[in-house]
Design a protein around this ligand. Structure first.
Ligand SMILES: [Zn+2]
Ligand SMILES: [Zn+2]
Length: 454
């Protein structure tokens, strides 16, 4: 038995969620939800339509079907043996709803059809158990390198968790993070793949029509729409992330938006940066978009906001990111964590005890003259009076130079492969300062700020 919804979409439906309620009869064990639309890809247009679906049962969210039309030709299975993007589940009879989310319509008119098929299988279903999270052997406090943003087949990635974790391991990373679009169904497996050489962190990339936000450390799905399909204020989403101990990070704020990547550019004007706690200043391999992201972050620091700067490969399993990027610059997060554990890495990130780097090693700390106490990247200077800033760098590529940036004023410290610098600064004379490495083509490394008392 099946039911069908049909309709048309035009440009005016972009960034609109339509809702389709239906009733699931008693005895149903499996559903298949299939979206078809025509044309899927306009002749001559460089971009396909971009349409996703979300499925809710009587007890709430059930399934996320990213780019439904082009990824699941045979439809998505929901039940004990589901397609990626859905947890194994028993089908509850009653009122269900499908959200059809239109991120992009390239044609004037697109005909669509949603078909829901009900199946009656065996009545005594046992659901597979979720794998248990693994924890690596402790290595104690130290600097750890890793990625904070990647996707798998559970959203629109091309690879599974095992391939993602192996890839990051092969490239020398100590931690990697799964952040699928609007779903957390890959997390149990991802968290189970941690081992002595690799910490796995989890979250999701809350992907709205006007921007993407990482919910790092949040293992539950964050809903960004109301029941009628209207959108929830993104500041409330950030509150929800913080309430459960997560870190909210505005992703790739200056990525091109409509029509190239609908929803990718940060266009939440009520959230610039609002209550966000971090910003991904370096997404993918280096591009001028990242340069614009760094400028935006620093303009927010000038206004007195405090945001942790992070990087993310945003790897979807389709390219050899680190190999291709040897010239193009792929950054990792270098984090000083108290333990080699996911919670300690998240805690260090929240404090900004980290920098992003495509190679160079940065050190930056200050000694407050009055109390002799130390401040590191991400820390606030507590005392008025002099703070002795010590900066050092290593592995600087040829042609690059190290910069001390104080409230946006950039000063070159040196261009040798390694070097160090020391100076006394009045704590009340500055708001923020960073250590950075740049050459003519762009950044090589950016530290989180030490915050002054101006
Ligand atoms: Zn994104
Ligand atoms: Zn992403």
């Amino acid at each position: 038995m099946s039911i069908r919804f049909e309709g048309t979409l035009t440009r005016t439906d972009e960034r609109i969620t339509r809702t389709f309620p239906f009733d699931v009869p008693e005895g149903t064990t499996d559903l298949n939800v299939r979206l078809r639309y025509d044309p899927a890809h306009t002749e001559g247009a460089s971009l396909p339509q971009q349409i996703s679906m979300t499925v809710y049962g009587p007890n709430g969210w059930v399934s996320e079907i990213n780019r439904a039309g082009d990824r699941f030709e045979e439809g998505t299975d929901i039940g004990p043996n589901p397609s990626p993007g859905t947890f194994p589940t028993r089908i509850e009879p009653g009122r269900w709803t499908i959200f059809l989310s239109t991120y992009r319509v390239v044609d004037t008119i697109v005909q669509f059809e949603i078909e829901v098929t009900f199946r009656n299988g065996a009545s005594n279903i046992t659901l597979p158990e979720a794998p248990a999270a693994a924890e690596p052997r402790s290595r104690g406090a130290g600097w750890y390198r890793g990625d904070l943003h990647a996707h798998t087949v559970h959203s629109d990635g091309a690879w599974g968790n095992r391939e993602l974790v192996d890839y990051m391991q092969r490239h020398g990373l100590d931690f990697c993070t799964l952040t699928d679009h609007n779903t957390v169904t890959g997390l149990p497996e991802h968290l189970s793949l941690a081992h002595d050489g690799m910490v796995t962190l989890g979250g999701s990339e809350v992907s709205t029509y006007r921007g993407h936000m990482l919910a790092l450390g949040v293992h539950e799905r964050i809903e960004w729409r109301n029941e009628d399909g209207t959108t929830i204020a993104v500041s409330s989403l950030a509150d929800a992330i913080h309430d459960v101990g997560g870190l909210s990070i505005i992703c790739h704020p200056r990525k091109p938006g409509d029509p190239w990547c609908c929803g990718c550019r940060w266009e939440h004007l009520d959230m610039m940066p609002g209550n966000a706690k971090g910003v991904e200043i370096w997404n993918g391999v280096w591009s001028d978009r990242n340069g614009e992201g760094i400028a935006l972050w620093q303009s927010w620091l000038d206004e007195g906001h405090r945001l942790v700067a992070t990087s993310g490969t945003d790897h979807h399993g389709r390219s050899e990111h680190f190999e291709a990027a040897r010239q193009a610059r792929a950054a990792v997060n270098v984090v000083y964590a108290q333990e080699f554990r996911a919670d300690a890495i998240l805690d260090a990130l929240k404090r900004g005890h980290s920098y992003v780097s495509a190679g160079p090693i940065l050190q930056l700390h200050g000694t407050q003259e009055a109390s002799s106490s130390q401040v590191h990247m991400g820390d606030q200077v507590e005392d008025d009076g002099v703070v002795i800033i010590e900066a050092a760098w290593n592995d600087l590529p040829e042609g690059a130079s190290a910069h001390l940036v104080i409230d946006g004023q950039r000063e070159v410290l040196g261009n040798e492969e390694r070097g160090e610098h020391r100076r006394d600064i009045d704590a009340t004379s500055f708001r923020w300062l960073t250590l950075e490495a740049w050459d003519d083509a762009g950044a090589w490394a950016i530290s989180n700020p030490i915050y002054g008392r101006r």
